[in-house]
Design a protein around this ligand. Structure first.
Ligand code: NAD
Length: 497
C-alpha cells in the first residue's frame, strides 16, 4: 500500500464524509431525542461531525435489539467455525479500510497518522482475527464422574455485553473487547468515548458487511454519564466490560450492584514503574525505551512508563541519555507521516497536563526538559514531552495518573528500595526491569504487583499475552485465551446414565 504524504492526508480529510449516527439493529439512526454533540478535532479545533448524543432511550433500544438477536440464535447458536469465518472477514475489512479508519482516528483524537496506521489499525485487525481464529479451538471439559454419570462443564456466551471504551486507542480498545465477545457468540452494545466516537461508528458498518447479523453489534455514541450510565444500570445487560479511568471503573461497580449484579470487568488506570538497575545490559537502549514509554501516544497510554526508577550510582550518566532520547519525540502535525508526537485529545486534557506540570514545579521537582504548551499557533492542543528529576514518590506527579507526556525520575539505592517504591501506588497495571542479572530480573519481576512485567524492554507482548491490572488497575484480562473468561458463563450439566 502506498504511503500518502501530509498533503494527501489533508486532501482525504477534506473529502471525508463522516457518519455520526448511532448504529442499532443494523441501521444508522439519530439519537431518539434528536440531540447531537459537536465532535471537534484537537489538531486545529475544526468541526468533524455532529454526533448522536444517545441517552437511556437509545440504550433501551440497543439492548432490546441485542437481546433479540441473541435469543434468535442467528449468531449465538452459529457453529464456532462459522463465526470464525465472519470474524476473519471483519479483520480483513479493517485492513482493507485501514487508511480511512486511521485518518478518522487521527482527526478525532490527535495521534500521529503513522502510528494510527501501523499500531492501532494493525493491532485492531489482529485482535479480531486472533479471537476469531481461536474460537473453534477451545474445548469444553468432561468431569471425572463415576461410571454411571456424565458431568459436562461447558462454556456459554453470557448474552448481552455492554462495552464502554476510552479515547486513547479508540478502535483498538473496542476490538480487544469485540474480538472475544463476538467470537463467543454474544451480542454487544459498544459505547465509544464522546471524545473519539468516529471509528467505532464506522466499524459497525464494516461488521455488518462482514456478516455480523443486525442487532449483534450496536454502537451508541454519547456522554458517559448519560448513555454509559444507562447501560451500566440496565437490567438486561448481562456483562459490562470497560476500559477507562479508575474513578469511573469504581462507579461502574456501584451501578452493577445497584441494578442486576451484571458481571463487571474493568481495565483501568496505571502509574507504571520502569526500573533501571546499574547493570542494565544496554543503557542507551534503556534510555530510548524510557523516552518512548512516556512520549508515545502523547503519554496518553494506560501503561505509560511514567515513573522512571534509576539506581543512584548511574543516575548522573543515565538521565541525560533519556533527556537526549526525548529530543527525538517532538510535537508536530499529526497528518505529517514524520510526526511522532501528536495533539492531546482536547483542551481539557491539555489543561490537566499543564496543571500537573505546575504541581511538579511547585512541589520541588527539577524540570529537565519540556514543560510548555507547543504549536499553539495551529489552534491545536499540544504539549512538549516533559522530564522532572528529583521526584519523590510522594509528590502528586508520582502518585496520580497524568495521561500526558510527563516523566518523573526517582532515584533508588537497592533492589529492595526499587520494589518498595514501585509497589507504593494504588495502581498495578505494568512495570519494567532492566538488568543483566537473571536472578535479579526474576526476583524483581515476581515482587512487582503488576499485571504485565517487561524485562529489558518496555511494552512487549502480543495477542497471546493477557493484559490487565492488579489492585486499582482493574480485574480480568483482555487478549489471550484468558479474555474469553469475561464473555462466557460456565455451566455444569450432570447426567445420570
Ligand atoms: P474515562 O473513565 O473518563 O472514560 C472511559 C469511558 O467511560 C468513556 O467512554 C466515557 O464516556 C465513559 N464514562 C464516563 N463516565 C461514565 C459514567 N458515569 N458511566 C458510564 N460510563 C462513563 O477514561 P478516558 O479518559 O476515556 O480514558 C483514559 C483512562 O483510560 C485512563 O485512566 C487510562 O489509564 C485508562 N485506560 C486503561 C487501559 C487498560 O487497559 N487498563 C487502556 C487504555 C486506557
Amino acid at each position: 500500500m502506498s504511503k500518502p504524504s501530509r498533503a494527501e492526508w489533508e486532501q482525504r480529510a477534506n473529502a471525508l464524509s463522516i457518519e455520526g449516527r448511532a448504529f442499532i439493529q443494523g441501521e444508522y439512526l439519530a439519537a431518539a431525542s434528536g440531540e447531537t454533540f459537536d465532535c471537534l478535532s484537537p489538531i486545529d479545533g475544526r468541526l468533524l461531525a455532529r454526533v448522536a448524543s444517545c441517552d437511556a432511550a437509545d440504550a433501551d433500544a440497543a439492548v432490546r435489539s441485542a437481546r433479540q438477536a441473541f435469543e434468535s440464535g442467528v449468531w449465538s447458536r452459529k457453529a464456532p467455525v462459522a463465526r470464525k469465518r465472519v470474524m476473519i472477514r471483519l479483520a480483513e475489512l479493517i485492513e482493507a479500510n485501514a487508511q480511512e479508519l486511521a485518518l478518522l482516528e487521527t482527526l478525532d483524537m490527535g495521534k500521529p497518522i503513522s502510528f494510527a496506521l501501523s499500531v492501532d489499525m494493525a493491532a485492531a485487525a489482529r485482535a479480531i482475527r486472533w479471537s476469531g481464529e481461536a474460537i473453534d479451538k477451545i474445548y469444553d471439559e468432561v468431569a471425572a464422574t463415576p461410571h454411571d454419570e456424565l458431568g459436562l462443564v461447558t462454556r456459554e456466551p453470557v448474552g448481552v455485553v455492554a462495552a464502554i471504551v476510552p479515547w486513547n486507542f479508540p478502535l483498538l480498545m473496542a476490538c480487544w473487547k469485540l474480538g472475544p465477545a463476538l467470537a463467543s457468540g454474544n451480542s454487544v452494545v459498544l459505547k465509544p468515548s464522546e471524545k473519539s466516537p468516529l471509528t467505532a461508528i464506522r466499524l459497525a458498518q464494516l461488521a455488518l458487511e462482514a456478516g455480523i447479523p443486525a442487532g449483534v453489534l450496536n454502537v451508541l455514541p454519547g456522554y458517559g454519564h448519560t448513555v454509559g450510565k444507562a447501560l451500566a444500570l440496565h437490567m438486561d445487560v448481562d456483562t459490562l466490560v470497560f476500559t477507562g479511568s479508575t474513578r469511573i471503573a469504581k462507579q461502574l461497580m456501584i451501578y452493577a450492584g445497584e441494578s442486576n449484579m451484571k458481571r463487571v470487568w474493568l481495565e483501568a488506570g496505571g502509574k507504571s514503574p520502569n526500573i533501571v538497575f546499574a547493570d542494565a545490559p544496554d543503557l542507551n537502549a534503556a534510555a530510548e525505551a524510557a523516552a518512548s514509554a512516556i512520549a508515545f501516544n502523547q503519554g496518553e497510554v494506560c501503561t505509560a512508563g511514567s515513573r522512571l526508577l534509576v539506581e543512584n550510582s548511574i543516575k548522573a550518566r543515565f538521565v541525560p541519555l533519556v533527556v537526549e532520547a526525548l529530543q527525538r519525540w517532538k510535537p508536530g502535525h499529526p497528518l505529517d507521516p514524520a510526526t511522532n508526537v501528536g495533539a492531546l485529545v482536547d483542551q481539557q486534557q491539555l489543561d490537566t497536563v499543564l496543571r500537573y506540570i505546575e504541581s511538579g514545579r511547585s512541589e520541588g521537582a527539577q524540570l529537565l526538559a519540556g514543560g510548555q504548551r507547543a504549536l499553539q499557533e495551529t489552534g491545536g492542543v499540544y504539549v512538549e514531552p516533559t522530564v522532572f528529576d528529583g521526584v519523590s514518590n510522594a509528590m502528586t506527579i508520582a502518585r496520580e495518573e497524568i495521561f500526558g507526556p510527563v516523566l518523573s525520575v526517582i532515584g533508588f539505592d537497592t533492589a529492595e528500595d526499587a520494589v518498595k517504591i514501585a509497589n507504593d501506588t494504588p495502581y498495578g497495571l505494568a512495570a519494567a526491569v532492566w538488568t543483566s542479572d537473571l536472578s535479579k530480573a526474576h526476583l524483581t519481576a515476581k515482587a512487582l504487583r503488576a499485571g504485565s512485567v517487561w524485562v529489558n524492554q518496555y511494552d512487549g507482548g502480543d495477542m497471546t499475552a493477557p493484559f490487565g491490572g492488579f489492585k486499582q488497575s482493574g480485574n480480568g484480562r483482555d487478549k489471550s485465551l484468558h479474555a474469553f473468561d469475561k464473555y462466557t458463563e460456565i455451566k455444569a450439566t450432570w447426567i445420570k446414565l
